[in-house]
Design a protein around this ligand. Structure first.
Ligand code: ZN
Length: 398
């Protein structure tokens, strides 16, 4: 039987990359932060090369350093650092890309090149007191992926850690939004829901398990969310939102996420937000349709600008009659969490003044402009606040 043997062509010496003999090759390829600091303050500091991408460099960089992204290193390095015998230290965020860059530079004939051990993160931990503060959540590994975003960064993570979000309704909308806000590291998360877990909730209210049937939703939610992120203070309110308690509860928070499944709570959330000047991150669903908006922002409309009064009881089908698949509140609740995070960070463009409508059957999104009404009884110009109202509770779409 003939064996198949791969032929190996020898590379002609003249075509080989210009590898110089490196008599320092036994030196460690990495340099610790302390050693680099010592060298940088000495008479002959090494050349620093940042191999991260440009967007990473805009946030923070060691100075002075040259910027040669890893992808273009082989092409650009000779232009920016022609002396291959010079001491060079390459760095990235955590030391992985710079380690590869180090190998590449040695292959190209650079004889005295090292990678910063642990990268810029290690440098920051060693040199910036804020990074070593155990109470500064911005530098916990759990938030590393979002802190890496320029729109978040350590400052944004601190904003999240100092934020207070109230979710009214710990059901289909409240479940995903509570999970994502907790995972993102908001400081305080209030949950208002008087109900207990019912088996018919389980196909969409992902906070709850089969063994939780019959238990108070907010207590189970507190257990689950605290297990997910113990840095978040979860406050359960096992009560129905009413005109009696709405002001007391809403006042404690920076913004309210409306995950209510009934008009009584939805109008109370809006009116309390108008009264107290809190943003109202609205979400609602009906069969295969969902909508999201942000109300009660300065110059933006409130929910009553769109729907001045609730429909009479009986005009809309109840939750049980209308039916719903679990993914729809999952999508809408997640979008509400996104709007809440953007408001906290002060980033992006919120849905204030716009109503986003999703038709999940055709999977189409439409956006409608919503204007603040000057004659709105609640937020209109010069309107005297009419007070909080307890409507008869009935379920239905907005
Ligand atoms: Zn209004």
């Amino acid at each position: 039987m003939r064996q198949r043997v791969r032929s190996v062509k020898e590379t002609p010496l003249s075509a080989a990359p210009p590898v110089a003999y490196n008599d320092k090759v036994s030196e460690p390829a990495e340099i610790p932060v302390d050693e680099l600091r010592r060298l940088l303050s000495g008479d002959a500091p090494p050349l620093l090369i940042d191999v991260r991408e440009a967007f990473e460099r805009t946030r923070a960089a060691l100075e002075p350093s040259l910027h040669v992204p890893l992808g273009s290193l082989a092409v650009d390095i000779v232009r920016v650092a022609p002396d291959r015998a010079r001491d060079v230290v390459v760095y990235c965020s955590r030391g992985q890309r710079s380690s590869r860059a180090c190998d590449e530079l040695r292959r190209l004939g650079y004889t005295r090149v090292k990678s910063l051990q642990g990268g810029l993160e290690a440098w920051n931990r060693a040199t910036d007191p804020a990074f070593s503060d155990p109470h500064d959540q911005a530098f916990l590994p759990r938030y590393a992926r979002q802190v890496a975003l320029a729109e978040v960064g350590p400052e944004g993570q601190r904003k999240l850690a100092n934020s207070r979000v109230l979710i009214v309704g710990a059901g289909g909308l409240g479940s995903p939004s509570a999970y994502y806000l907790t995972a993102a590291g908001v400081g305080k998360l209030g949950l208002v829901d008087f109900d207990v877990v019912d088996e018919s909730n389980l196909h969409r209210q992902i906070l709850y398990r089969t063994s939780d049937v019959g238990l108070p939703k907010v207590k189970v939610a507190q257990r689950e969310l605290s297990a997910l992120n113990p840095h978040v203070q979860v406050i359960p309110y096992q009560e129905r939102l009413t005109s009696e308690n709405a002001e007391r509860i809403v006042r404690e928070y920076d913004l309210v996420l409306d995950g209510a499944d009934n008009f009584a709570a939805r109008y109370l959330v809006n009116d309390a937000c108008v009264m107290l000047g809190k943003p109202n991150v609205h979400g609602s669903i009906h069969q295969f349709e969902g909508q999201v908006s942000v109300f009660c922002r300065p110059d933006g409309p409130c929910y009553r600008c769109l729907y001045p009064e609730p429909p009479p009881a009986g005009w809309v089908p109840s939750c049980a009659e209308a039916g719903v698949l679990g993914f729809l509140p999952g999508l809408i609740g997640t979008m509400q969490a996104a709007e809440a995070v953007k408001l906290i960070l002060g980033r992006g463009e919120s849905l204030s003044g716009r109503l986003l409508r999703l038709d999940a059957l055709s999977m189409t999104f439409e956006t409608f402009e919503v204007f603040r009404r000057s004659d709105c009884a609640y937020c209109g110009e010069g309107a005297a606040f009419p007070g909080l109202v307890d409507y008869a509770e009935h379920c239905g779409p907005s």
